[in-house]
Design a protein around this ligand. Structure first.
Ligand code: ATP
Ligand code: MG
Length: 244
């Protein structure tokens, strides 16, 4: 299978044994990990007529928890036996590499700029999780939105959709940048992370409007950092809701 080929060629980072902030790996039996499994099931059931091949995780404002949700979701899908690719499309402040303790000297930006003429295999990282490959963001470019709108990016999305069971894209905040909006119009499904009590109603409405403009398929909303009663659950908490 093509994915197997990609995996064999995948580059292993020197630091790839270090896992940061990945509760689904650190505490697989925790309440939060269970919530990620529920989120996975809900996402799988949300697409009835069409197979879900690509997902974007976005939020209206910065620091809502997009990268954390994207990384844990990628782990959760891979642990189910899926071949998953996590792509860091936050080309303004790439962070996915940090979650997995990977290097980010090279990544998506080099691939899109066609530096050295290398294909994607030269940039893929494997990690501790079998079936999970990672494409880090690479050096911050001067023109992220232009790169994400490019034909090379569109072709890349098509190629990886064929090679992997699921591709998850992490993005910069929606308000202020067009990057996430560009991708949301092309992927199969969108997961909207809302920072509980930080994101205002206005933020969420503005973000929803921009998603409507590109006909984004919003599969659901993750309320991140919502308080819960029990002490051991209060640090990480995710709650998933369907949009109407
Ligand atoms: N539920 C949570 N409980 C506690 N800490 C969290 C939670 N979700 C995210 N964090 C932490 O909050 C910080 C911001 O999270 P994250 O980087 O995932 O947000 P982001 O939306 O991707 O931010 P950015 O807009 O900068 O890309 C990180 O340090 C992360 O570990
Ligand atoms: Mg982020």
């Amino acid at each position: 299978m093509m994915v197997e080929v990609a995996k064999k060629k995948a580059k292993k980072s020197k630091q790839s044994h270090r896992i940061y902030g990945l509760i689904t790996l650190a505490r697989p039996n925790s309440h939060v990990s269970e919530q990620f499994r529920t989120l996975r099931t809900n996402i799988q059931f949300s697409m009835v007529d069409k197979k879900l091949k690509s997902l974007i995780v976005l939020s209206a404002t910065p620091a809502a928890g997009k990268s954390t949700v994207a990384a844990n979701l990628a782990v959760t899908f891979a642990l189910q036996g899926n071949q998953v690719l996590l792509v860091d499309c936050d080309l303004r402040r790439p962070s996915v590499h940090r979650e997995f303790g990977l290097q980010n000297q090279e990544g998506l930006t080099n691939l899109l700029a066609n530096q050295n003429g290398n294909g994607i295999d030269a940039y893929l990282h494997s990690c501790e999780v079998e079936g999970l490959s990672i494409l880090t963001g690479g050096p911050v470019p001067p023109n992220p939105a232009e790169l994400l709108s490019s034909n090379r990016m569109k072709q890349l999305e098509k190629d990886v959709a064929e090679r992997f069971d699921l591709v998850i894209y992490d993005t910069p905040p929606l308000l202020g940048f067009t990057d996430a909006q560009i991708l949301a119009g092309r992927v199969d499904g969108t997961i909207f992370v809302v920072h509980y009590e930080e994101d205002t109603k206005e933020d969420v409405l503005k973000a929803s409007e921009s998603l409507k403009m590109v006909n984004a398929n919003v599969l659901g909303v993750v309320y991140n950092r919502a308080p819960v009663g029990q002490k051991d659950q209060s640090y990480y908490y995710y709650s998933y809701h369907y949009e109407e």
